[in-house]
Write a protein that binds this ligand. Sequence first.
Ligand code: PLP
Length: 366
Amino acid sequence: MIDLTAGEICSELAPTIRDGAIDAINNGVNRYTDTVGMVELREALARKISLDTGRIWKAEEVAVTSGAKQALFNAAMVLLNPGDEVIIPAPYWTTFPAQVLLAGGTPIFVDSRSNGYVPRIEHIKGAITERTRAIVVNTPSNPTGTVYDFQTLMAIAQIAINRNLWIIFDECYGDFVHRGHTHHPIVSVAPEIRTRALIVNSFSKSLALTGWRIGYLAGPKEVINAVKALQSHTTSNPNVIAQHAVLAHLQRGGSDYESKLRSRLTSARRVGLDVLSSLTRVPVARAQGGFYFYLDLSHLLRPASEDGASTTADDIVTGLLAEAGVAAVSGTAFGDPVGLRLSYGIPPEKLATGLARLVEFLNAWK
Ligand SMILES: Cc1ncc(COP(=O)(O)O)c(C=O)c1O
């Protein structure tokens, strides 16, 4: 079986991370840290975010979390009151609406499929009510791999500023943007949004470090203080050895590991797009960023109205696994029953074989 479902990159451990963790263990590190992370790590992250955004950030504006997932959870918990609405472009990463619901809020979806998976500005405006509290912006997007351009981000920021909304800006895939596209942090695009934006990021994707659980939330000090109060009653600090490892990586500088990861993904993407170009009835994925190919299967599926026997991407996923031995994620998980997500973070030798089998299966699908 070839597994194209993983939301992570199969890679060796970064040497700086390994050494940083080993040094921490050899130094007998074993105690709680500050609830939202060691101050040295928060300072190092503030320097990183300052470089990323071209604006000055301070440690007190950063909370270290157990992965970006906890950063998003914290954001939902501190921003939302029961009944508050959060606008989420669809297709979306499954956790966005789940966490809004956990916090007592209501997800409001804006379908982006007719516009190359970028939500239309008038659709976002049309979804706003007096209960709207925030808009989720995830660029590059999981699952679609779409990278929002400068104008789109500017327009979304303007809406948030004019309507007094928060932006939850998830840039976990910001390091992986392919030729012809640029990742723009929203606070660089519209500096005025700074008081209404929460940046969510982690090292899970950029350092292939999913299991180590280090992410962060950056935003106004008052929000970070609220997050600290919340986190003190949920997880307390993120794992201390992982914090030391990431700190060592940030302090030792250099980006050889990241560059290697990026070029590996660039070549995997090239190989993948080449194989996928043989699809006969499915538009080839755009794959602007991240490490996913996202396919629109609508030409292969029977809509519900035709004869009552509709098909969705779930049927294709089931058949694909049973008949071709390839696992992929159905778009139903992302609010899009005609989509299919394929990860190209898997070992390169398996990727071409898996995609070739998928192409054969989809081309023969009736
Ligand atoms: C868009 C997006 N945000 C956040 C996360 C969570 O990342 P982490 O593993 O750092 O919690 C993921 C993981 O797949 C993701 O795809």
